[in-house]
Design a protein around this ligand. Structure first.
Ligand SMILES: Cc1ncc(COP(=O)(O)O)c(C=O)c1O
Length: 409
């Protein structure tokens, strides 16, 4: 990373003047905390004793046989407390907020996984918690909204724009501008102004560090390729960055949505609809129209439905150190089913993008090669969307019966 949070031409800080002092305090506190062995030990201890790290690296023999190519391993971030990798970052930033003497945290959330992780850690650390969430995402991820509220968080529906993640992020920044003295903005992905991209990627790097050790113990060498889904980019940064100096090929899988037209996907790479831009406090590749207005995005998964991308990944892709591919909604549902049926693992729809990309390419590889797929989260939260995608009539009937019963006086 260069000075002032740049990664090549991407990153930086494009923030309102009012946030300057607060941001400087955050940068300093983060640097001090990362140099303090007792803080790092506290983060590690919470990751182990609260979240359940290390998460396993699971060999998928049945899926490997069915696909017929490289050996497939899955990194089980779904087994974190809260059911996703988001917890790694929230533990780190939650402890940092306490260290800075903040009383309140705010966060944006897409799939709700980051919102739930933030609400859980806030309850544990005694922090007041407000979560901004697009109204559209609230509809598709209501079980997570329910838990955030039960945990004592205030969930603010965001109805502007496409009512998804980018709009929630805008609102969170607005809140931070007016409450910066007592509030830490606990961003959920490695985007935003300095030091957020580096900070989130740093707390998530535990994923790749563990894979290194586990691969040596279980395979005897590193996997040939590693796959991760890419929304804002935090789980991808987390598993990729520790392998940057190795021979391992790093492959990000974006949301291909329902087509290649504007508003039909959330691909920031391999499309001429995304280009360099500055928004939401940082510079990166944004999906935008000819006038530079941020474009609508579309994905079956709320967590990949984002218009920008980590400046770290934008730079690594430009340098040829990360390759980006995409998977469309129908391929994702198919991959979700194949992993579930063959291995008994219920993946989040976000993570199923990585599974789709991984199995598509594993089929073209040799049997003595291996791949690791980052399973960023578990799929329980997606039960409504999956039931709909699989046309599960019985589930629809159950919901109807349940609701008509629940509405009775
Ligand atoms: C399970 C899961 N995976 C992946 C993502 C995408 O985020 P990121 O790209 O920051 O890892 C999300 C975001 O909500 C998520 O909930």
């Amino acid at each position: 990373m260069s000075d002032e949070g740049y990664f090549g031409q991407y990153g930086g800080s494009y923030i309102p003047e009012i946030l300057f002092n607060s941001q400087q305090q955050l940068i300093e506190s983060f640097r001090e905390a990362m140099a303090d062995a007792s803080f790092l030990a506290q983060v590690k201890s919470e990751m182990q004793t609260y979240s359940g790290r290390p998460t396993p690296l699971t060999y998928c023999g049945n899926l490997t046989e069915a696909v017929g190519g490289a050996q497939i391993y899955i990194k089980r971030e779904d087994l974190n407390h809260s059911g996703a990798h988001k917890m790694n970052n929230v533990i780190g930033q939650g402890l940092l907020a306490k260290r800075m003497g903040k009383k309140r945290v705010i966060a944006e959330t897409g799939a709700g996984q980051h919102g739930v992780a933030t609400a859980l850690v806030s309850a544990r650390l005694g922090l007041e918690c407000t979560i901004y969430m697009g109204a559209h995402d609230i509809q598709r991820q209501y079980p997570n909204v329910f838990w955030m509220k039960q945990l004592g968080a205030t969930v603010v529906p965001v109805t502007t724009g496409s009512a998804t993640l980018k709009d929630a992020l805008d609102e969170a920044i607005r809140d931070w501008c007016t409450h910066y003295e007592d509030t830490h903005y606990l961003i959920g992905t490695s985007c935003g102004c300095e030091p957020f991209p580096e900070m989130v990627a740093g707390f998530q790097s535990v994923i790749g560090e563990e894979v290194k050790e586990q691969a040596m113990a279980q395979i005897g060498r590193y996997p040939d390729r590693i796959y991760a889904c890419v929304g804002g980019g935090s789980n991808a940064c987390g598993i990729f960055l520790p392998f940057l100096d190795s021979e391992v090929e790093l492959v990000g899988v974006e949301a291909g949505g329902i087509g290649d037209g504007p508003g039909e996907h959330a691909k920031r790479f391999n499309t001429d609809q995304a280009r360099f831009g500055v928004a939401q406090g940082y510079a990166t590749k944004f999906l935008q129209d000819d006038q530079g207005q941020l474009q609508e995005t579309q994905s079956i998964s709320a967590g990949l439905d984002y218009v920008g991308v980590s400046p770290i990944l934008a730079d690594l892709e430009e340098q040829g150190k990360v390759r980006m591919i995409s998977a469309r909604d129908d391929e994702v549902v198919d991959a979700f089913k194949r992993l579930m049926i063959s291995e008994g693992i219920i993946a989040a729809l976000e993570s199923s993008h990585a599974v789709a990309g991984g199995i598509r390419e594993a089929a073209t590889m040799q049997v003595d090669e291996s791949i690791a797929i980052n399973l960023s989260g578990r799929g329980d939260k997606d039960i409504f969307n999956i039931a709909k995608a699989l046309n599960d009539v019985a589930f629809g009937d159950f919901i109807e019966d349940y609701l008509s019963e629940a509405m009775k006086p």
